[in-house]
Design a binder for this molecule. Structure first.
Ligand SMILES: *Cc1c(COP(=O)(O)O)cnc(C)c1O
Length: 368
């Protein structure tokens, strides 16, 4: 039996895609072998990776002057790859909206002079700071954001004013959840295990003029965008299985109306949950309304209603374990923030969110 899986990542995938993968497992497209067993230089795999790229380009309307790269090392590898490839003046500006942004910022400091030019740390990252007029250095190499903050449940609703500097965005947990204007970015990257596929791969969409040999000295061959771009992500053996599953997800998204349709569906799902939270006495959403993510929804037992801290923690633990018993899994908040978090990515059906809200209502009635 399948559960409703609210995991933040690795996360739920469309059932249709899983079934297709099951069907292809022993014999992919009459090749007599699984995708896991075939050469990454084979005709069959060449088709898989080319189709995946083509479909992603169509989904996101990616202009021709951007390369699409399927890389290993996850999103975290990009925390280093970005500065290694983009730092010409060794200066970069970071907007700190949570732990992933902070990790990227700390990694960037290995390579150059990185500054935190805005932060929402003062209110435990529960909002996106005003980024309309930031102090950006004239010779900064790029401005970095984490567009959707998986742990804290915030999302940039408008992109920062980078004052003409290159915008780099970690879109791991909002990738393909709604349309984006790719031309506004120098680099978009996304670890695919949140909204797109299995773990172990990052998609990087890099503007061509940023792909050069002019990288920091001692940048490893594998970590130059140029190496990866020149070899169409096949410099070494890529994560073939992951590329194949992502390709199936891209096709699934195209078949189901593309990113406009996803946005609509995601807004509907998120509204169900946020509307309930806004009217609940027992539960409290932790994010300021105008910064709320469509993908990750953190909430807690309201401390002004359950004033005893131990009792509050107890109720939260009870919520998570009782939810699990009814087939609503992985609702525990991130280990560093506590409380609860429902990740409602593209592949989470509306029925899952409906079931969650029903369960929350029942729990509230029984425990208030
Ligand atoms: C999960 C996540 C990461 C880390 O991804 P890895 O693939 O594990 O390196 C980075 N950024 C964001 C926003 C994430 O949600």
């Amino acid at each position: 039996m399948r559960v409703f899986n609210f995991s933040a990542g690795p996360a739920v995938l469309p059932e249709e895609v899983l079934k297709q993968a099951q069907e292809d497992m022993f014999d992919y497209n009459n090749t007599g072998m699984s995708v896991m067993e075939m050469s990454h230089r084979s005709k069959a795999f060449d088709n898989i990776i080319k189709e995946a790229e083509k479909d992603l380009r169509e989904l996101m309307n990616i202009p021709d002057n951007y390369k699409v790269l399927f890389l290993q090392g996850g999103a975290s590898q990009q925390f280093a790859m970005v500065p290694m490839n983009l730092m010409k003046n060794k200066k970069a500006e970071y907007i700190i909206t949570g732990q992933w942004a902070k990790k990227a910022y700390q990694e960037g400091q290995i390579f150059g002079d990185c500054r935190a030019i805005a932060s929402s740390a003062d209110k435990t990252f529960s909002y996106i700071p005003d980024c309309s007029d930031l102090d950006i250095r004239e010779d900064a190499d790029y401005v970095y954001i984490c567009e959707n903050n998986t742990i804290y449940g915030t999302k940039f609703k408008t992109l920062p004013n980078t004052k003409g500097k290159i915008l780099v965005a970690d879109q791991s947990s909002c990738f393909l959840s709604e349309p984006v204007d790719v031309t506004k970015y120098g680099i978009i990257f996304a670890g695919v295990q949140k909204n797109v596929g299995p773990a172990g791969m990052v998609v990087a969409i890099v503007r061509e003029d940023l792909i050069t040999e002019d990288v920091l000295p001692q940048t490893p061959t594998m970590l130059k965008y140029k190496t990866q771009a020149d070899n169409d992500s096949l410099y070494n053996t890529p994560n073939c299985w992951c590329i194949y599953i992502c390709g199936l997800v891209f096709k699934y998204l195209l078949k189901n109306g593309g990113l406009e349709a996803m946005k609509k569906k995601n807004e509907e799902k998120a509204k169900l949950l946020y509307d309930y939270l806004d009217n609940s006495k027992l539960f409290l959403g932790t994010v300021e309304k105008n910064s709320r993510s469509l993908m990750n929804v953190p909430f807690i037992v309201n401390p002004s209603v359950i004033t005893d801290e131990a009792k509050k923690s107890e109720l939260e633990a009870k919520f998570v374990s009782e939810a699990k018993k009814t087939g609503l899994e992985n609702l525990k908040g991130h280990r560093t923030v506590g409380g609860m978090r429902a990740s409602i990515y593209n592949a989470m059906p509306k029925a899952g969110v409906v079931a969650l809200v029903e369960f929350m209502k029942k729990f509230e009635k029984e425990n208030l």
